[in-house]
Design a protein around this ligand. Structure first.
Ligand code: PLP
Length: 400
């Protein structure tokens, strides 16, 4: 069958082959410990589920306004205004089916064919694929592993051209766990001002912003560069912080013309995010935040356990993650180029080997534009982290 040229431009996820194999092995009765997962293992807090049940009982079963129920838009505007120290109105908020659809809407509304978006890497693969789906060109801007993948504003500056429409930031980062410092964001603001192009925008994917571990704090680009706030688009949501990945609610704050264009797109694609899930997200934003604090504390304990354990394995190089729930170590020392013999050719082969040999699943870094690395999610119990990383040591020692 002839498929569109557009679909031919999109890469299928490199992680799919590994996760499909992990699933097959688990279904066949093998004991697999998964570090591949990109979602909290916690249940959605009880008060959020109860709000959804109440909403169903009260008849939240109709279409809503395309941009979302007014209460949620107001709550999101208030929450984002507080977080970023800016003044946002509910009219600037568009609620969508996950942060992913926010990004789809933004990029589709902004990009003409060939327009460029600078994406610091390593990055979440969908950032690149969504730019491509919208007809744009994702211009990758590699950040240095030895600097813990900190944002290098001058590296971004070197890639700005007259076709650059946006820089797409993600802090805390999936996959590196890096949290961008105030200094680097101030540096980036200078770079944007210097570019002297009012059509150059900043998109910040802040989905993991609540998952920062002391003493690291989330730094907001919009807050640090108030003069650029009108050119800053905020992507946020409830998926990661409230353990609500399956509810599919994200929201975005954008300048009014863009917010209107996003509604035009969404109105033709999905209409509104699921009504019941919007009520659940409202309860998440307005309700008790103690469950979030408890999840963050547990993630932090897991982070420290995973990081300490990985650092004790000879040859692995890893910067301490400061946010999100991923470690992103460099395993180059275990690959053929460094080791020779029967060592795996690349990180995809190493993942495959670890899965077959010792039953642990992780994600190859090439999927995030960082060959040589593997992503380990610590959104799993401390017991599984300890057991799985003990298996990792065994598997690596068998490489000779
Ligand atoms: N942004 C980043 C950086 C992510 O890692 C993810 C999910 O993994 C998303 C956005 C998508 O979020 P949602 O599940 O709300 O669509």
């Amino acid at each position: 069958m002839r498929l569109s040229a557009r679909i031919a431009r999109i890469q299928p996820s490199i992680t799919l082959a590994i996760s499909a194999k992990a699933q097959r092995l688990a279904q066949a009765g093998h004991d697999i410990i998964s570090f591949g997962i990109g979602e909290p293992d916690f249940d959605t807090p009880a008060h959020i589920k109860e709000a959804a049940i109440l909403a169903i009982q009260r008849g939240a079963s109709k279409y809503t306004a395309v941009a979302g129920i007014p209460e949620l838009r107001a709550a999101a505007a208030a929450e984002l205004s507080r977080t970023h120290g800016v003044t946002l109105t509910p009219e600037q908020i568009v609620v969508s089916t996950g942060a992913k659809q926010c990004l789809f809407n933004i990029l589709t509304a902004l990009l003409d064919d060939g327009d460029e978006v600078i994406v610091p890497t390593p990055c979440w693969p969908s950032h690149v694929e969504l730019v491509r789906m919208a007809g744009g060109v994702a211009v990758l801007c590699p950040q240095r592993a030895q600097d813990g993948f900190a944002l290098d504003p001058e590296a971004v500056a070197r890639l700005i051209t007259p076709r650059t429409r946006a820089v797409l930031l993600n802090s805390p980062s999936n996959p590196t766990g890096a949290v961008y410092s105030k200094e680097s964001l101030l540096g980036l603001a200078e770079v944007i001002r210097r570019a002297n192009n009012p059509e150059l925008l900043i998109i910040t994917d802040d989905l993991y912003r609540r998952l920062c571990y002391a003493p690291t704090q989330f730094a907001s680009f919009a807050q640090l560069a108030p003069d650029l706030a009108a050119r800053t688009i905020l992507v946020d949501g409830v998926s990661k912080a409230y353990a609500m990945t399956g509810w599919r609610i994200g929201f975005c704050a954008a300048p009014l013309p863009l917010a209107t264009a996003m509604q035009t797109i969404q109105g033709q694609v999905t209409t509104n995010a699921t009504a019941v899930a919007q009520h659940a997200a409202l309860a998440a934003l307005l309700g008790d935040q103690a469950p979030v604090a408890a999840m963050v504390a547990e993630f932090d304990a897991r982070r420290q356990l995973m990081y300490r354990t990985l650092m004790a394995v000879p040859g692995i190089v890893c910067k301490e993650p400061q946010g999100a729930f991923y470690c992103f170590p460099d395993f180059s020392a275990y690959l053929h180029a460094a080791r020779g013999g029967r060592a795996p050719q690349d990180e995809v082969a190493l993942c495959d080997y670890l899965l077959s040999e010792v039953g642990i699943a992780c994600v190859p870094g090439s999927g995030f534009f960082a060959p040589g690395h593997l992503r380990f999610s610590y959104a799993t119990s401390q017991q599984k982290i300890a057991d799985g990383l003990a298996r990792l040591s065994v598997g690596l020692s068998r490489l000779g």
